[in-house]
Write a protein that binds this ligand. Structure first.
Ligand code: PMP
Length: 436
């Protein structure tokens, strides 16, 4: 047994902030992070032996729940055959076939290891294909920690209240135009001024890194229309939403029924089922610009790693319609219960939902405005209500994302017992939020 306090003290002396990724450090909620020793189904267990219902799900990948038996078996079987070959395997083609079957707008897929690599590759590909330098991103969207896309990013950048990152050169930041989310007029204006120099617009398919902010009806389709008119590429970042909000991600809920597709998709998280797999996909005419066929270079010693790909394949194979129906229902139950409990305590709030992803924002102003539509809206909320709410839930054995700017993640393993525990913890937590 190791207490979380002892573990954190030891980790802080050798890891910056005691963590390998910033938001894990509980910086915005305060207190001591739980040092996890195991996770199964809907729960995580810390080194002090305490088990929590988990609403982080590894920040998305654990769609089936932690340590799903089919995924663990696939990983064990693959590991026994060798950890990494530096040569192609058929399993990589099988994973691409799975993705293409779900997202038919993808004809070819390049496998990488992280979402950051996926967006970095998509950006290079867009510049290589168009021969243009500039990018458009939206304030509050997070696309990983590549220099070009850290400006006004969500996720940990929002949690730590950073404008961007030190270490990003002006030259690099100057090639990115940051626009307000859900504002097509701003996109039109940027293209009117810089059109011939814009390589791509990148957007989260449905933003979930400034809390959840649903795209307005027609926003993504509008981006498609404007980019196509100006010869720029549209990069739909589905690292978080892909294979999570539906079989075919957010595009399956919006683009496919509406009849439009981006030039490039980025995937991560669920595609690796908890192991390091991510990908860039799109039509062959775009993807074939990548080396070895084309002049856009991209590579990776561990890309398409056989053990990681086995986890991704097993996850996608198991993620059937019943999984998505379960996650949707669980998301409805939890988001409605939280909202009702907040209302009972008189806490003004809005529920943001995009498919099975949801989060909450606090404050009268946002309620009057009908909920946040942009990063500026999100930042204007009463964010101080979240830390006491978070800690009351944690005390009751429910681990929420340790930041108000993150989505809550449900899994196929959140059964009635797990949902009951979440709902049972709400009265005390919403009282704490009201008192803040
Ligand atoms: N894009 C989006 C939409 C994300 O949510 C994330 C990670 N949260 C990334 C890109 C970066 O992925 P990774 O952390 O695997 O580099």
């Amino acid at each position: 047994m190791t207490t979380n306090e002892d573990a954190f003290a030891r980790a802080q002396s050798v890891l910056p902030g005691g963590v390998s990724s910033p938001v894990r450090a509980y910086g915005s909620v305060g207190g001591t992070p739980r040092f996890v020793t195991s996770a199964r189904g809907a729960t995580i267990t810390d080194g002090a032996g305490r088990t929590y219902v988990d609403l982080v799900a590894s920040w998305g990948p654990a769609l089936l729940g932690h340590a799903h038996p089919a995924v663990v078996a696939a990983v064990q079987e693959a590991a026994a055959r060798g950890l990494s070959f530096g040569a192609p395997t058929l399993a990589e083609a099988e994973l691409a076939e799975q993705v293409i079957a779900r997202v038919p707008a993808v004809e070819k897929l390049r496998l990488v290891s992280t979402g950051t690599e996926a967006t970095m590759t998509a950006v290079r590909l867009a510049r290589g294909v168009t021969g243009r330098p500039l990018l458009i991103k939206f304030a509050g969207c997070y696309h990983g920690h590549l220099d070009a896309l850290l400006a006004q990013a969500g996720s940990g950048v929002a949690t730590l209240a950073l404008p961007g990152s030190a270490g990003v050169t002006e030259a690099s930041a100057g090639e990115t135009l940051v626009l307000p989310y859900n504002d097509l007029a701003a996109v039109e204006a940027a293209f009117a001024e810089h059109g011939p120099r814009i390589a791509a617009v990148i957007t989260e398919a449905a933003p979930a890194n400034m809390g959840v902010v649903e795209p307005d009806a027609g926003f993504n389709a509008g981006l498609r229309r404007i980019t196509a008119a100006h010869g720029a590429l549209l990069i739909l970042d589905e690292v978080l939403t892909g294979f999570r909000v539906s079989r075919a991600g957010w595009w399956g809920l919006e683009g496919q029924p509406e009849g439009w597709a981006p030039d490039l998709f980025t995937f991560g998280k669920v595609i690796g089922g908890g192991m390091p797999v991510a990908g860039v996909g799109g039509p062959a005419a775009v993807m074939d610009h990548l080396a070895p066929l084309g002049p856009v270079y991209q590579a990776g010693t561990l890309s398409g790693n056989p053990v990681a790909v086995a986890a991704g394949l097993a996850t996608l194979r198991a993620a059937d319609d019943a999984v998505y129906a379960h996650v949707d229902r669980a998301a409805g139950i939890v988001s409605e219960a939280v909202s009702a409990a907040l209302t009972a305590e008189g806490v003004a709030h809005t529920v943001q939902r995009a498919g099975s992803l949801f989060s909450f924002a606090f404050g009268d102003g946002l309620v009057r405005a009908g909920g946040p539509r942009s990063y500026a809206d999100v930042l204007a909320q009463e964010s101080w209500r979240y830390p006491p709410f978070f800690h009351a839930m944690l005390d009751a054995g429910v681990a929420l994302p340790p930041s108000v700017f993150e989505a809550w993640f449900l899994t196929a393993a959140h059964d009635d017992a797990a949902l009951d525990q979440i709902v049972g913890a709400l009265p005390a937590a919403t009282r704490a939020a009201a008192a803040a």
